[in-house]
Design a protein around this ligand. Structure first.
Ligand SMILES: [Zn+2]
Length: 326
């Protein structure tokens, strides 16, 4: 029997600091098979590359697809990605990953054309194509978790910038005297409004002797406090947790207002772990945007939770393959 060379399937991989997730999907974004492995963060670039290749092979096996059936592979990675050269220039999640030629490694192993992009940029593409069916022409997608990433669709096109690096809004300065950021600057949006920032502020207040149920929630070990602990305490009525989230929401809104003034979007979708706080985060942020953005820009703007939840990056990589090789 001749081998099936239909090129109708797409394989997508999302490489994060905790897990490597992959799917086999149709061009329409229907997911046919899934695979994942924990990211072996401490074992260095080669072991992580092996794990990525292994996850791809396992996912292809569980979806019963072979390389000739694939239109292409799409890879989403946090950080600075050189899509033209197929290199991970820098990723904050994987220590030691500097200038890694990941595209070449995947193409050499599987013989399938492979395209790569920043995870938040591709997540915006995924939300736009499969969450919104492209019904909106001007969209900003914001993911808030350990950091803040953004992807921008403007005039019905994904905005990439001169080098494909556009959308690093997490590193715009919101308070020049603010706390230090992983990128080396100070007062970046993500240093003030991410889950990491929330946990840092909680620990700081506890270190100053604040009275809060958060310490109890982590069995007395305040080093274990993260954004989800602050959220849980806030839901139970903890005053400090509520105050910290309202400060976070304020700064989140300030950053959104800056983006609104620059891009005039119709819609802002908010995803990522911290977005699970829902209106505790979004309602105050909407008020700040109303106060700070030009009224003409913000009066019919919608700010709401993302549609695809944890699959936005993977489905964005699926859409990207269609765009690159379809
Ligand atoms: Zn920064």
């Amino acid at each position: 029997m001749p081998e099936d060379e239909s090129h109708e399937r797409i394989l997508a991989v999302d490489i994060g600091g905790t897990k490597i997730a992959a799917v086999v999907a149709t061009r329409d974004g229907e997911i046919l098979a899934r695979g994942y492995n924990r990211t072996p963060v401490q074992t260095g670039p080669e072991a992580i590359t092996r794990s990525i290749l292994g996850t791809i092979a396992e996912t292809m096996a569980s979806g019963r697809v072979s390389p000739p059936q694939l239109l292409g592979m799409g890879v989403a990675v946090a950080g600075i990605i050189d899509g033209d050269e197929g290199r991970v220039v820098f990723t904050p999640n994987l220590p030691g990953w500097i200038d890694v030629p990941l595209k070449a490694a995947i193409e050499e192993r599987f013989g399938v054309p492979t395209c790569m992009g920043n995870d938040a940029t591709l997540a915006a593409l995924g939300e736009w194509c499969f969450g919104l069916n492209k019904k909106v022409a001007n969209l900003i997608y914001v993911t808030v978790s350990t950091g803040i990433g953004t992807g921008i669709v403007t005039d019905g096109r994904l905005y990439a910038g001169a080098h494909g690096f556009a959308g690093e809004a997490g590193h715009m300065t919101v308070d020049e005297d603010g706390p230090g950021c992983n990128c080396g600057s100070t007062g970046c949006w993500e240093a003030l409004a991410s889950g990491t920032a929330l946990a840092r502020e909680a620990k700081k207040e506890i270190g100053r002797g604040a009275d809060t149920s958060m310490v109890e929630l982590v069995g007395g070990d305040s080093s274990r406090i993260d954004a989800s602990v602050v959220f849980e305490a806030a839901q139970r009525g903890d005053g400090l947790a509520r105050e910290l989230i309202s400060r976070l929401a304020y700064y989140f809104g300030v950053g959104l207002a800056n983006l609104v003034n620059i891009f005039d979007p119709e819609l802002i979708l908010v995803g990522g772990g911290v977005a699970k706080m829902g209106d505790l985060l979004l309602q105050p942020a909407r008020s700040v945007v109303k106060e700070r953005a030009y009224v003409t820009l913000s009066h019919d703007l919608e700010i709401r939770p993302a549609v695809l939840a944890e699959d936005s990056g993977l489905l964005g990589a699926v859409a990207f393959v269609s765009e690159c090789y379809g």
